[in-house]
Design a protein around this ligand. Structure first.
Ligand SMILES: [Zn+2]
Length: 218
């Protein structure tokens, strides 16, 4: 079986989606583009807590199975369409995060309202119109609406986040849900949501200082 380590990392990422409340049961999916042009995707309708590396399905760019006995996620054609049209990304995460879905029923886009949005999501998040699930149309709509941000909210459905790594796409999804909670809280308080100005966004984007720990121990 090829890519055992990456398969395990996909499962761990999917379990974190569940841990952070972005999906329940077998909802959503995780997909990873490999250097050889194949894709590793989570199987359809299987619980993440009992998922094994061999349950992850490996497919080619046309969706044909290369390795694995399971049926791939039912969103496979939509996800492959996203990968094909967004060659700069290696990971597609799909969630059913409820706060993002709530926001999709209130507004047409999630404006930049916090520094976290700039740092972790990379900008304002578009909201793609409603499309049915398990259908290529969802992928077409995501490609049409994707902007600079690492996320697109799917109206009355969930969200898609992107990244170069599983960690980056997962971070974007978790911080998207946190931001949507913030947005909803302000509306629930009966106040207007304050949107950051272009100047504030540019200042936040500018490299400065440091964040995190050094890679090597001192
Ligand atoms: Zn879905």
């Amino acid at each position: 079986m090829k890519y055992k380590k990456e398969r395990q990392e996909i499962i761990e990422c999917a379990r974190k989606m569940e841990k952070y409340g972005l999906v329940v049961f077998s909802g959503g999916n995780v997909s990873l583009r490999m250097a050889d042009g194949s894709f590793l995707v989570t199987p359809s309708a299987m619980q993440y807590d009992s998922m094994l590396p061999e349950d992850i399905v490996r497919v080619d760019a046309g969706g044909n199975p290369i390795e694995g006995l399971r049926r791939p996620t039912s969103d496979l054609q939509a996800i492959l369409h996203i990968f094909k049209n967004m060659p700069e990304i290696n990971v597609v995460l799909h969630t059913h995060q409820s706060k993002a879905v709530a926001v999709s029923m209130i507004t047409e886009k999630l404006p930049v309202i916090s520094t976290t949005m700039i740092d972790e999501i990379k900008g304002e998040v578009p909201i793609a119109p409603f499309t049915i699930s398990s259908d290529l149309g969802m992928g077409i709509s995501v490609v049409e609406h994707a902007q600079k941000a690492l996320a697109v909210i799917l109206k009355q459905h969930g969200a898609i986040t992107f990244g170069n790594s599983l960690e980056q796409a997962l971070n974007a999804a978790v911080y998207l849900e946190e931001t949507c909670q913030l947005y909803l809280s302000v509306l629930a308080a009966g106040r207007d949501v304050l949107i950051l100005t272009e100047e504030q966004i540019e200042a936040e984007e500018r490299p400065r200082g440091y964040y995190g720990q050094p890679k090597e121990e001192i």
